[in-house]
Ligand binder design. Sequence first.
Ligand SMILES: Nc1ncnc2c1ncn2[C@@H]1O[C@H](COP(=O)(O)OP(=O)(O)OP(=O)(O)O)[C@@H](O)[C@H]1O
Length: 449
Amino acid sequence: MSSEWAIRVHNLSKTYRLYDRPGDRGKQWILPAVQTCLGRKPAQYYREVHAVEDVSFEVKKGETLGIIGRNGSGKSTLLQLIVGTLSPTGGTIEIDGRVAALLELGAGFHPEFTGRENVYLNAALLGLSREDVDVQLDDILAFADIGIAADQPVKTYSSGMIVRLAFAVIAHVKADILIIDEALAVGDAFFVQKCMRFLRAFMEHGTVLFVSHDSAAVLSLCRNALWLDHGRVADMGEAKSVCDRYLNPQASHGNVPRGAMFGESETRAVSDDGAGAQWLETSGLFGERRACIEKVAFRDASGRVLHTVQASARVSLLVWCQTSIQLLSPIVGFVVRDRLGQSLFGGNVCVAGQGSSSSTIVPGTRFVAELEFMMPVLHAGDYSLSVALAEGTQEHHVQYHWIHDALTFSSNPSELCFGLIAVELLHVELHRLVTQNSHNENANDSVAL
Ligand SMILES: Nc1ncnc2c1ncn2[C@@H]1O[C@H](COP(=O)(O)OP(=O)(O)OP(=O)(O)O)[C@@H](O)[C@H]1O
């Protein structure tokens, strides 16, 4: 009977032994045994590195799980354990389905063989017969789009060409589970788009493990995410909340207590006048709170509070702040994110570096920043707006107060939008080309049809 899960990992660990000096490995072989024989406590000549430690999770069939984490957090080790190129020190892995993986550049390729020969080799490693490859070879090479290089040895390929060939193979092996490291980034923009189209189509039925440092990539591809930190699972769940916590660990660790900077009266004032937003219960807050944001309002041109936005409408974001310290170059900014947490657009009031006394804010001051802009065309749906108060320059600044999802709004455009964001067409007209005779082929008039 077929299971509901595609991958099941239980208490998985991978520990490496590191020997600091060249002779330590030999000593470890011999001396502890001798010491034990002599009745002494055996010495240890290595350090242990826990690349993956006690990791458990389950991926359901058809689920797309993003794995994020900093360099050295154990992502590659975890994937190699799942694929079987590494064996675990402890724990179990169960897989239900055919796995195709893109983990290491050139893995499964022989450098002396041509691209064409390597397709057969690589596909065989993934469980395809020679006959299966014969049928698909043209499609695989067309996908890879490496031209005559297909008949040259792979050792002459650029890293981008190797990725093209490897991806082309895994896209044609009819896998049930795809495991992809961010090797995708090596391809050029056109190839990455092609891979993304394939991936999105695959995700409609297949299971995907996608590893990246880039939380935006995880957000755009994956519904769920797992955050690895020092080999352990730091968080797992809905991709947006996991990525938020990954990007702003201070917020998730509660270093910044909610409400610490808001006097009760101020919080009430926010809700009383109805003009400002009170932070959502789910908002993440972080920053050194010596200067802070008191309330935020999003208004239309006539000053009404906005809950639903219209494309191309003039809108104002008002951010009320107060500071207990002197701010030489304050920055107040915002970012708008979609339901999946993808950052769509943002802006800031940056008076950094001007050094004029007019931009300096003295301790004990309350001030309001107004950011007015034209609303872009957004797909129908819900959006959130995060705001921040910082000091410094665009590149180097101290974050005093950042509020995730300080307010939400929805968009209900009158027209269907295509793509992530859309443009409002200012003028649309069809011009009829008029061909009067052969001497004058290019003549046209601009009579609108
Ligand atoms: N063969 C090895 N011997 C010793 N330590 C290793 C070995 N392979 C990995 N490690 C260690 O295990 C930890 C996890 O490494 P891993 O490559 O899995 O991290 P990663 O999250 O994939 O990193 P990156 O994002 O930089 O690729 C690191 O501390 C690394 O130094």
